[in-house]
Design a protein around this ligand. Sequence first.
Ligand code: PSV
Ligand code: MN
Length: 401
Amino acid sequence: MAADEGRTRKKGTSMGILSQDILDQLAKQSIELPSWAFGNSGTRFKVFGTPGTPRDPFEKISDAAQVHKLTGLAPTVALHIPWDLSDFDALRKHAEDEGVSLGTINSNTFQDDDYKFGALTHEDATIRNKAIDHHLQCIDVMDKTGSRDLKIWLAEGSNYPGQADMRGRQDRLHESLEKIYARLGDDQRLVLEYKFFEPSFYHTDVPDWGTSYAQVSALGEKALVCLDTGHHAPGTNIEFIVMQLLRLGKLGSFDFNSRFYADDDLIVGAADPFQLFRIVFEVIRGGGLNNPDVQFMLDQCHNVENKILGQTRSVLNVQEMTARALLVDTEALRAAQVSGDVLAANQVFMDAFYSDVRPALAEWRESRGLPADPMQAFLASGYQEKIEAERVGGQQAGWGA
Ligand code: PSV
Ligand code: MN
């Protein structure tokens, strides 16, 4: 135990497990929510409609703002273009009125017939230019919304060996990205997301962190990698990638979610809480926690669960794992590592992982005027009943609106 425990820890309360230093770090944490998490989503088999689902970006923002009101953790909302096309001055004002602001702008080159065989990599310059123009429009939107980041995820690749000129596509991707990058303002950034497969099954043009890193490094300082935790082959050591990208100064953002099999987009920490712990530990180790250069975001689709509660659960899970990772006794860990004490090092690590920080976090939340149990508070708030009664008629939002 630290000698200054009496000074830094609140004795006699469950918060005592979390030092003031840890609480200060937790107080600074922010996690961006994706607007699309509040619309309907599903699988290729069925999209289930849910009463109260937003019909437009304004209603999505209102729902996202509930998560922030309940947790104090989610002050910004990412938009998807064209799904969230609207009067952005009004949307920005609406977000401010609701106590949040607009965040990352996500482009979309995966829902247009022209992009069947690629967008930024397409053989045909007309189609490439169309995809580049879409990104330039996204940057126009960013100018209006005050957003810093343009997030690009590309659904490009091929299904069969021999189908595509992989090398040529990589070269064209670079040329296209250069044109987009050139349009960024001084304070704007481009984050390039990778994903190992789907919708293409043989090759994907940006399948891994190395390809994203190579592409963004060729652009310049304002281009970085986005790491979506669901976009790796099973068994991948994601925390190693986190460590490496932080070491290289190229980790721009996270899309947090969890997965059992493929890109499942489930609640963060649901499938493998220990993996989330290991990732957050490396974030802290690499200086990425509460570092504005490393944007924490969720990228989720709630197919069967309540969407506002699903997002709330996710941000709370990130907060909980951050608290646990901050509990790692780094001095003891380092000493064990240096002396080659394998078991002691592992025990230090696991001690922190197994610490139950939930009562401490509940008490701390209350001390800051937030509900001790945000999930319960939402259920008691009447908000869900209200939106179900009010949002009748119109077209519920989903992938495509
Ligand atoms: C598709 O896999 C995806 O989930 C990517 O992760 C993007 O971030 C997101 O869609 C929105 O375009
Ligand atoms: Mn993503």
